[in-house]
Structure formats: C-alpha cells, structure tokens
Design a protein around this ligand. Structure first.
Ligand SMILES: NC(=O)c1ccc[n+]([C@@H]2O[C@H](COP(=O)([O-])OP(=O)(O)OC[C@H]3O[C@@H](n4cnc5c(N)ncnc54)[C@H](OP(=O)(O)O)[C@@H]3O)[C@@H](O)[C@H]2O)c1
Length: 243
C-alpha cells in the first residue's frame, strides 16, 4: 500500500451491507480497507471472498471493551492512524413486531447498536486525530426506523412497524452521532448518519426489498466527503430524513 492510502475500518463487515461497503470502497484507488468482524474466521473468509489486494480482516467485537481496545492497538501499531470509520455493526433482536420492551432486550440491543458504536468511536478518536485526511470521516449506519419524526406522526412512515427496542436503539445512535459531529465540527471532521433502507440481508432473512449494492452507496458517498462536505446529517439515497 502507498503512504497516502486512506485507512478505512468498517465494523460488522464480514457480511451484508458492511461487506458491500468494504467492496465498493476497496474498489476505489487509494484506500486500504479493514474488514471488521467479531469472529476472526468469518473475517478472514469475507476478506478472501473479495479477492482484492487492499483489504484485510480486523477482529473487533463492538460489545467487548477488550476487543475494541485490542483492535485499536493493532491499527495503531500497523498504520498509526485511521482516516474513515464506519460504525455498521448492528442487531435487531426482537424478531417479532409486538414483543414487550424488556430491560434484557434493551440491554442486549444497546450493547451493540449504541454502546458498541460509542466505545468503538471513542477508541479510534486518537487514531482519527492522526488522519492524513483534511476531513476524517465517521459514519453511523442507523435506520429510518430511528426517526422520532416518523414515530411521532400517527400516520407517519412505518406507523405499523413497532420494533420498539430496535427503534429506540437507532434513535439513541442518532443522538450519539450528533454529539460526535458537534464535538469534531471545528476540526473539520465529517460525522454523518446513513440509512441503508430495507435491504435483503440475513438481518431480515433476506426479506428486504433493496439490494446491498444500493444500500452501500450512501455510506460510500459519505465516507469520501471532502472538507466542503456536510456533517451532522441523517440521510438515505432519496435525501435527508426528518429527525
Ligand atoms: N438490512 C436492513 O434492512 C437494514 C435497514 C436499516 C438499517 N440497517 C442497519 O445496517 C447495518 C448492517 O445490517 P445488515 O443488514 O448488513 O445486517 P447483517 O447482514 O446481519 O450484518 C450485521 C453485521 O453486524 C455484525 N455484528 C453483530 N454484532 C456484532 C458485534 N457485537 N460486534 C461486531 N460486529 C457485530 C454481524 O456479525 P456476525 O456475522 O458475527 O453476526 C454482521 O457482520 C446494521 O447496523 C443495521 O441496523 C439494516
């Protein structure tokens, strides 16, 4: 790799939308992509499946502080910096639309979707500070199901889709992203929220209507923003999403 290649980390990139984001970014010149995977073997297999020279696996379980710290240490010793971080790892544990909002379900979901994204971002802040890019980029892969505006409107989009725990976790993730956006605004970082849309992946037993190719595009666009690009936004391919 060249000394000017941007180092990109995508969490939960061993399959689904994360793997496709990795593929699209790695296909562009000047990027070295770390395929984040909580399971080392799955990370190696996913990396091999891309057959590209500028990708490599990185073991990172976002629900474990030890794993996150060890991943950050490994990136620090190998590259000394990070230029683009994509917090993509996520779960929806409800399975059914009308399950009770239990403490256990909230804890397990927040552990990955919210605490995991927060801990990962914090752990990589020192390496993003060392970025060679004038506009280091952090992307939070959220969901339109996290929109308070949609949920507050009785006739709003997805009015019949309950998933209270998942929706609450993505709304919290959005606030988390906004706080990072504000914290690093003056430094020129681009911190944005991406909604991939309802996409056919294991996440929904491939019931989603969109393709991973389409779902990844917005995240890739945000990852490549320059100094004039936006920060603190919540968007999908059709444009901005109401908060
Ligand atoms: N698919 C959709 O319709 C849709 C819509 C809106 C938003 N999203 C969001 O898009 C993101 C990607 O979803 P997807 O559809 O690609 O789902 P997916 O195919 O199920 O992939 C999820 C990824 O997250 C990883 N992951 C789960 N827990 C983790 C942990 N503790 N540490 C690290 N990685 C972990 C999974 O790893 P394992 O393989 O080890 O389980 C997998 O790589 C999620 O944040 C999701 O909320 C998806």
């Amino acid at each position: 790799m060249s000394a000017t290649d941007k180092i990109v980390l995508i969490t939960g990139a061993n399959k689904g939308i994360g793997l496709e984001i990795a593929k699209q970014i790695a296909s562009l010149k000047g990027h070295h992509v770390l395929i984040g995977s909580r399971d080392a073997e799955r990370g190696v297999k996913a990396t091999e499946s891309l057959g590209l020279p500028n990708v490599e696996p990185l073991t990172i379980d976002v629900s474990s502080d030890e794993s996150v710290a060890s991943a950050a240490e490994s990136v620090k010793s190998k590259f000394g910096r990070l230029d683009i971080l994509i917090n993509n790892a996520g779960v929806a544990l409800e399975g059914y639309l009308n399950v009770p909002t239990t403490r256990t379900l909230l804890r397990e979901t927040f552990e990955i979707n919210v605490f995991g994204a927060a801990a990962t971002t914090e752990a990589f802040v020192p390496l993003l500070e060392k970025s060679i890019s004038p506009a280091p980029s952090v992307i939070f892969v959220s969901s339109d199901l996290g929109s308070l505006a949609y949920r507050a409107d009785p006739q709003g989009l997805f009015k019949d889709v309950n998933f209270p725990v998942y929706r609450t976790s993505k709304a919290a993730m959005n606030m988390l992203a906004l706080t990072f956006a504000q914290r690093f605004r003056e430094k020129g970082w681009k911190v944005n929220i991406h909604n991939p849309g309802y996409t056919a992946t294991e996440f929904n037993n491939f019931m989603g209507t969109g393709t991973v190719e389409d779902a990844a595009k917005g995240a890739v666009r945000l990852a490549l923003l320059g100094p004039d690009g936006e920060t603190g936004t919540y968007s999908e391919k059709e444009g901005v999403i109401p908060w």
